[in-house]
Ligand binder design. Structure first.
Ligand code: GUN
Ligand code: FE
Length: 485
């Protein structure tokens, strides 16, 4: 049962729970604890097992609870552009698609001073309110219970995002994007100075601290866009690193004195245990050592890396070297707001990497005949680990979310897979002899079960073919925040 006072798991005596609609669910059936499903050994030094407890919730054995997903990297204002990128790569994509959409989140300036003075979310443009509300609805519907959001550099709209996360009940880190470097940023969308950037960032931190003084649901996160747009000091921090080859060249040009991209951030004390670095596709071995030493975390964004042609992040190498990794959708570099899709893309990308000729050349087979290229493949359970436990560690909440331990927050999704039954021949119910009547049988989404699958196989089908139609309900801190009839 889940305590109404703090939304945490207090026990597994389901009959005792009559809050938040649990009782009806609980009364339907016994509970099968199969937390060994995803446990396949070591992921990295810290957390020896990928343990996600799954509990069956229906007689058809096609429903189960799963820890809510954690999106460690998502740009909320870019959501209208999801799926739009043409054949651009990072730097021209930013100019063509991203800065124009983000710049629309500004409020009209004070006519006297020409500055945006309000910090009131109500002064955010309607468009910002609508898009942010939509992003929250959409991510919740895909089972994302916690997201680390980039907003824009506008204070009212960024505060509106924080306020909406709070009222809708989504756990969130909300960052106002800092970008003041005239050598890179476009004139129409840029902080006037580093001082302005500081003042505005403090305003959102103060606003969020007033909104949620304990930080129970929503927390601020300092968000310098990436090295080319300038930097800023501690709290939770998020930024981009080593995503694209042209970006690396730009960083080298802007910071000729720095040894590496990671060293630029380190110089400004931005590599901390509470720092989320997105992408990390082209890190050198030295940079990985530095990131590991600072215990900074990495958000792996495989869909974005593929569509923007950024490259393939060697996740296994990061994990083997003891770096903490979670998953990010990177909307709208990524086309999908779904972390399940990110898990699937992480599996796919790791398979492509394992088969790429340069990777195989640099990672020849060892004595056992198995090259590290073969090991590079992530299993379904490893991808789910990244989506839950890994993400929880990335946002520094590993003891609060990402699993079902006693005392953890009830940030959970109820997953329902399609229970297709093979139908008997009958005049009303048959498509053709021996076939499956999909309409009558009422499949849920793309995942059809045939009653023969083990739980491991059900989970594999879910990861490879599931989507938001399989997310029946979502809770954050014990509060029901999404349901689908
Ligand atoms: N690097 C700097 N800004 C961005 C952004 O908005 N998205 C991605 N994917 N990379 C970036
Ligand atoms: Fe990004």
């Amino acid at each position: 049962w889940v305590s109404a006072a703090d939304g945490r798991i207090k026990g597994w005596d389901w009959q005792a729970s009559d809050e938040n609609g649990f009782a009806e669910l609980m009364s339907r059936n016994g509970w099968v604890d199969i937390d060994a499903v995803a446990a396949q050994g070591q992921v990295n030094g810290h957390d020896s097992k990928i343990r996600v407890k799954i509990i069956t919730a229906s007689e058809e054995q096609n429903e189960f609870f799963f820890p809510g997903f954690i999106d460690t990297h998502i740009h909320a204002p870019q959501y209208p552009n999801a799926g739009l990128f043409g054949s651009s790569t990072l730097l021209d994509w930013l100019e063509t698609y991203t800065f124009p959409v983000e710049s629309r989140f500004g409020s009209p300036p004070n006519p006297k001073t020409g500055h945006q003075t309000s910090t009131d979310p109500k002064d955010a443009p309607i468009l910002a309110q609508q898009i942010y509300d939509q992003v929250i609805s959409r991510t919740l519907s895909h089972g994302t219970t916690c997201a680390s959001y980039y907003a824009t550099n506008h204070v009212p709209a960024t505060n509106a995002l924080a306020s909406l996360c709070h009222s809708r009940g989504q756990r969130a880190f909300v960052g106002r994007v800092c970008m003041d470097n005239p050598d890179f940023c476009v004139d129409y969308y840029r902080d006037a100075s580093a001082d302005d950037s500081l003042v505005a960032t403090r305003q959102i931190i103060e606003y969020i601290h007033t909104l949620d003084p304990e930080g129970n649901l929503v927390k601020p996160i300092v968000t310098p866009r990436f090295a080319p747009t300038k930097l800023f000091a501690p709290l939770h921090i998020q930024t981009h690193i080593s995503e694209n080859i042209n970006e690396l060249a730009l960083v080298k040009e802007l910071f000729p004195e720095a040894d590496s991209y990671a060293a630029v951030y380190d110089k400004y004390n931005l590599l901390t245990p509470r720092t989320i670095l997105a992408h990390a596709v082209h890190l050198t071995a030295d940079e990985r050592v530095l990131i590991r030493a600072r215990d900074a975390k990495i958000s792996h964004c495989p869909a974005s890396n593929a569509v923007l042609g950024s490259g393939i992040c060697p996740v296994r190498t990061l994990l083997d070297e003891g770096i903490t990794v979670g998953l990010g959708t990177d909307v709208s570099g990524g086309y999908s707001p779904s972390i399940l899709e990110a898990a699937r893309q992480a599996c796919l990308a790791s398979r492509l990497l394992s088969q790429s000729v340069p990777w195989q050349r640099d990672n020849p087979p060892g004595a056992d005949g198995i090259g590290s290229h073969a090991r590079e493949k992530l299993s379904v359970s490893e991808s789910l680990y990244l989506a839950t436990r890994g993400g929880a560690a990335v946002v520094d909440m590993a003891s609060d979310v990402g699993g079902f331990e006693m005392g953890m927050l009830w940030d959970v999704q109820l997953i329902r897979l399609g229970g297709v039954k093979l139908v008997e021949k009958s005049p009303l119910n048959v498509v053709s002899d021996g076939s499956v009547d999909l309409v009558k049988a009422g499949p849920v989404g793309n995942v059809d079960l045939f009653g023969t699958e083990s739980w491991e196989e059900k989970i594999q089908k879910w990861v490879w073919a599931g989507d938001d139609r399989n997310v029946k309900a979502v809770w954050v801190g014990g509060r029901l925040v999404h349901s689908r009839v």
